[in-house]
Design a protein around this ligand. Structure first.
Ligand code: ADP
Ligand code: MG
Length: 536
């Protein structure tokens, strides 16, 4: 391996709307080196790679501070084209392929091979040259072959399995002749195990050809299998760098999650140990695209705050969505001795379950309706609340405006919703106050179990604390059972009594908030069960 760096990113700082997402990150890679970047969701990995690739989102949001040195020269990469010209390729987390075109066309897109025909030769015009389809096919086939991929290069992209699309993206990158550095942003997330193995083999081959590789993955065994060196990011900071020889699974896992936890609530030991079960989940499967739940069994204790954590895409989000009937679910869920019929959203609510969705602006709020309408609508529709008889006619009811107003004002006061009044449109509220309206609507259903997903996503730090305090208060004062699903482990560890970590659609561990960073790191990486088994 060469001693000079092909890439050096120095003191990279990036802010998104005042939020510092990269705080002075430095990264170096040598030709032929496979360098892994690991970190929890939101650590800043993709942002760092978007900077390297000159993605428009970076410069439309104020650009960066810091310096990028590529191949010995200070460079200013402000567009993907600049990156490509320098020899930087990127395999994206989201596919960037044209579905209507064939595999060959996608691989050769914008780099079509042309040959002179008699007319173009005569006129010296590049425009009139003929596409050299045969040569393009051969190149595409060569690139695909080197990936060990046996698929016909003339097939259209549309309809290919996702695993294949990933390989077409990679084939497109390695077909480029000047490629010096290749970025893989969570490439194996969509691959089957054997496809992932093939890919790791390909990475090794590319590195042997002198191509440097930046490899982002949350699968730590893949890191240990192929990386020469590893950078760990946490909350926008580089918290670790090590060579493969220095690295262990435990060390990386611990570094990824380590942070100071501020407890907002004492763990309710009596509830957790031996307390009554509020909801019993057995063999739950939920078909929620991107958040599949494969087989979860779990008891939720009466009066606890249960956290559900895990990396994005592992299925944690699917659990509440499945129980609440928003995505197709199978399995057994019992409320005490009563079996809850799944796939019946109305019935879930009638059984005193309420849900604050992670999709606040989608299924959560009616943005062009008032705060009070948002607060009472589900209760009116499903629980027949806030209705009064219409002119004394039997069976006909109308909205009880007075009761609605009284209730809305009480909620605004209790939850401290900052607004001009109950008639204000929810679109005009800040993210934190919108979230409180969602919680108010759920509370209006008088739930025994409150499911809350990603309660602090997209809201500022001050409002985050208020929302978490509110959940603790509901739990403490009303003895409400609360199930919080969150990508922010720190937030779960600050308010929950127990935390269930989900990995690949299954329960990996149930941990105390005081469990070690190591245990959390292993659980998030899907390595906790193995370790417990080894320990006997
Ligand atoms: P990772 O890839 O490590 O999961 P990202 O780089 O995607 O993390 O995100 C880092 C942080 O930057 C997160 O807090 C995320 O919410 C924020 N972020 C990423 N992209 C944008 C964007 N386009 N606008 C605003 N914030 C963003
Ligand atoms: Mg990312």
């Amino acid at each position: 391996m060469s001693t000079t760096n092909i890439l050096e990113m120095r003191n990279i700082e990036k802010e998104y709307f005042g939020n510092r997402v990269l705080k002075g990150v430095t990264l170096t890679v040598k030709p032929g080196e496979i360098h892994a970047i690991v970190g929890e969701n939101g650590a800043g990995k993709s942002t760092l790679m978007n900077i390297l690739f000159g993605m428009p989102v970076i410069y439309s949001t104020g650009g960066i501070r810091g310096e990028v040195i590529f191949d010995g020269k200070s460079v200013d990469i402000r567009s993907p084209k600049t990156a490509l010209d320098l020899g930087i390729g990127m395999v994206h987390q989201e596919f960037m392929l044209l579905p209507g075109f064939t595999i060959t066309e996608n691989i050769k897109l914008n780099r079509e091979i042309t040959r002179h025909n008699p007319v173009s030769k005569l006129l010296g015009s590049a425009k009139l040259q003929t596409l050299d389809i045969e040569k393009m096919r051969q190149d595409a086939k060569k690139a695909l072959d080197s990936l060990g991929m046996t698929v016909d290069e003339w097939l259209p992209i549309a309809g290919l399995p996702v695993g294949y699309m990933q390989f077409v993206e990679i084939a497109r990158e390695i077909d480029k002749e000047n490629i010096k550095l290749l970025v893989f942003d969570e490439p194996t997330a969509v691959l089957t195990e054997s496809e992932a193995d093939t890919l790791l083999g390909v990475m090794k081959k590319l590195s042997a050809r002198g191509i440097a590789i930046l490899f982002i993955t949350h699968r730590l065994d893949e890191v240990l299998a192929v990386a020469d060196s590893i950078t760990v990011l946490r909350d926008g900071e580089k918290v670790g760098w090590m060579t493969r020889d220095e690295a262990t699974l435990e060390k990386i896992a611990e570094m990824m999650v380590g942070r100071k936890i501020e407890r907002i609530k004492q763990v309710a030991k009596d509830v957790v140990e031996g307390g009554e079960t509020a909801l019993s989940i057995r063999n739950l499967r939920v078909t929620m695209p991107g958040e599949m739940v494969r087989n979860i069994s779990l008891d939720i204790k009466k009066g606890e705050i249960l956290g559900i954590g895990g990396l994005a895409g592992q299925g944690k989000i699917g659990i509440a969505n499945g129980i609440m009937g928003l995505y197709p679910a199978q399995g057994d869920v019992f409320l005490g001795s009563k079996r809850l019929e799944l796939n019946r959203p109305r019935q879930a609510i009638e059984n005193k379950l309420a849900f604050v969705s992670e999709d606040r602006r989608g299924v959560g709020l009616l943005l062009d309706n008032s705060i009070e309408t948002n607060i009472v609508m589900t209760a009116m529709q499903i629980r027949d609340m806030f209705l009064k008889p219409f002119l004394g006619i039997k069976g006909i009811k109308m909205a009880d405006e007075k009761a609605i107003r009284t209730h809305a004002l009480k909620m605004i006061k209790d939850l401290d919703i900052r607004c001009t009044g109950p008639e204000q449109l929810t679109r005009r509220l800040s993210g934190g106050n919108q979230q409180k309206v969602c919680i108010a609507r759920a509370l209006t259903l008088e739930p025994e179990i409150l499911f809350v997903s990603e309660p602090t996503r997209g809201i500022d730090i001050g409002a985050k604390k208020l929302v978490l305090d509110l959940l603790v208060q509901l739990n403490r004062e009303l003895n409400m059972t609360v199930v919080v699903t969150s990508s922010e482990l720190g937030e779960l560890r600050s308010i929950c009594d127990r935390i269930a970590i989900v990995y690949e659609g299954e329960l990996e561990a149930i941990l105390s908030p005081a469990a070690s960073d190591l245990d959390y790191g292993l659980a998030m990486a899907g390595k906790y069960r193995d370790r417990s088994r080894e320990a006997g």
